[in-house]
Design a protein. Sequence first.
Length: 429
Amino acid sequence: MLVRFLGGLVTTVMVLLGVAAPATALTNEPAYDALNVSSSWDAGYLGQNVTIALIDQGVNLNHEYFQGQVVDGICVYQSNSSSRCPNGTRFQTGVAAASQRAIRGWLVEEEDHGNMVAGIVAGKPNTLAPGGIAPQAKLLMANTDMQPASVVAALDYIYENREKHNIVAVSMSFGILGLSSRQDLLNCNTNPVYAGVRASLKRLRSVGIIPFAAAGNGFYLDSAESWAPTCLDEAVSIGSVDSSGNIAVYNTMSTKVELLATEYAISASTYGYAQASGTSAAAPSVAASFALLKQEFKDQNSEVILSAMKLSGKKIDDVVRKDVPMVDLAAARALLAKTPINEAPVAPVVEQKITVGAYNGYVAIYTQGHEGSKLTAKVAGKWLTVNPITNQAGKSYSLTKRFTGAGYNIAVDVYIDGVKLKSTQVLTR
């Protein structure tokens, strides 16, 4: 059985614990800004009274990022694994079971993947790191060897404790390759190795707990691969967006990917902080975003909330797919606010606008609702082209500008896909 984790920590930020002061306000994090997370925070929704479960490698329970955050855990290793749970056996439950693996009392420092994903979900903000997207939510951490039987045990434990902890989502950033035939390469849903995982995921979704799974970092195009859980119909497959606003080059992209999220937030490592990467970081970002929406719209059906996230997401193009939605919490909140309970959300109609303005000697052309089109503009007799039009990070509009100097009356003609839609004069200032 082959297992892989789908991202990691790439840049060390701080390597000593105990020197970060608690933040009085959430530290700025560009990866969260791109998802419009502050829309929920500003409205008072920070994950209070909800729990997100993770299946991963465990966390450093003494890390300042997780003090008071972990409310439960389960550790499961199969008989063919050389690893043991913190109690020395192959099975353990409770908070202590959530610890990452230790050898002779020392945490295995390089096994920091669980710290990274957990920190993105519900890390406690301080002066060195931004905290999680749902910083006041609680965590249930499943620490396993990722074999199918272990994953089933973890999922079933999450189900059994769902009401005790008010669990609303599961984040999974790993892949299991368990092939029993060549047919499994084409459709992992038919793979008997994954039958138990599918059944457990289906049971969670039946009670409104949405399982999110990292899509993978395999550099594959138009391929779902045969890695569970992301290839299974019951899991919501999540891709990642880099700091340039593009789908990260190594994403395993297919029609199975349902949502995107940023991958570059600062999060926890075993003994400090580092920048996250990979679809491993995107999956917990979506799970935590979903949790904030579930907190706010607690009476709404979970599947309706998920649909609203897809419909309202910022659309990003990839080589093999167009209009893949990235989480936009502000837009999702707006859509859910007008969606009746248990009714399917209706995709918002974006009004198309072109606005021409001026600032600091620049002529500024703003467009809304024209994403993916070609913009050509004649500014002061000179042509400029943007193809395709893309919105500003975390915004619903694009910005194209040209410096002309201040104090001039400038003629501006704007074309979209070759059709003149705006002709105006603007006084630069």
